[in-house]
Write a protein that binds this ligand. Sequence first.
Ligand SMILES: [Zn+2]
Ligand SMILES: [Zn+2]
Length: 345
Amino acid sequence: MEALVKTEHGKGFMTIQEVDTPVPDKNEVLIKIKAAGICGSDIHFYDGSLTHCIPPVILGHEFSGEIVQVGDNVTRFSVNDRVVSEPHKGGCGLCRFCHTGQTEVCPEKRAIGYKIDGVFAPFITMPEASLHPIPDQLSFEHAALAEPLAVVIKGVLERVRVNPEDFVVVLGCGPVGLLAANAAKVAGAQSVVITGTDLDEQTRLKAAREMNIDHVINVQQDNLKETILSLTNGIGADLVVEACGVEAAINQAFDIIRIDGRIAAIGHTGRESLSMPWETALHKAAHVTWSFSSSWSSWEKAVSMLSERKIEADKIISHTYPLKEWGTAFSALEKLEAIKVLLVP
Ligand SMILES: [Zn+2]
Ligand SMILES: [Zn+2]
């Protein structure tokens, strides 16, 4: 089969290569990939700014597909079943996290798309334990959003929680920010604000304005803090979701939460350390919760929300390209001309 391979570390070094079609072991299924989403991390592996991939490796970890072969021990899935899959082939099975049902944070987790081969390819094998069925009414394209949505659900709805009538601010309007704003609204937020910059105006802020998000703010045109204070009677936001990973925005999160407010930190900065307003955080008695990856329960909720059309997937998926045109797809994302891009092998 022809797959998109990151061949070595550094800028570029990505190419379509002929590789062996994988063969499922007795606990696995072989999946024909129908749609694969390009994640921000894939862009950073491509441009060399993220280096924790192990080349040569097929990139890609967000996908939906159809089972075409099952291993002998597989009992809950059959050929022709439509599925999405958590982005790993299981953990060590022995550590504290595996024993407490947190496989996604197992240090030995076999993560697809950077440690082991991923989904920018026609086929992948996955263990039965990583799969979630796709309901009939959910398309393969929309289902491919399950992974980033599950990350948002774990970070914002499970680890932090959106309470009814919360005033929520989402910093950043990439796919994760848009999904977070959408999910916060679904979870009962009274009002949701999303932010972006001049570079986001053409595509991402435009999509945000077309979605059911209460306030869309370009922070280079409007004063965010003044706007939030005026919308909250001078109190500040109950919850800020940090989904852009920019130092100035992270600092501003502490400025715009109310006293005793919450920050859900899910944006990657790509930096080991950066500044934060410690005294402001102390006087605000801020609750900050970081999160990464996605839990089994967040996947169940993600598939449910998508299939009930509570997520405006068509607004978030901006482009679909054949896998062979990955170069065009990656450059549209680098130029911020796209939001979520799907590759179809
Ligand atoms: Zn992702
Ligand atoms: Zn483990």
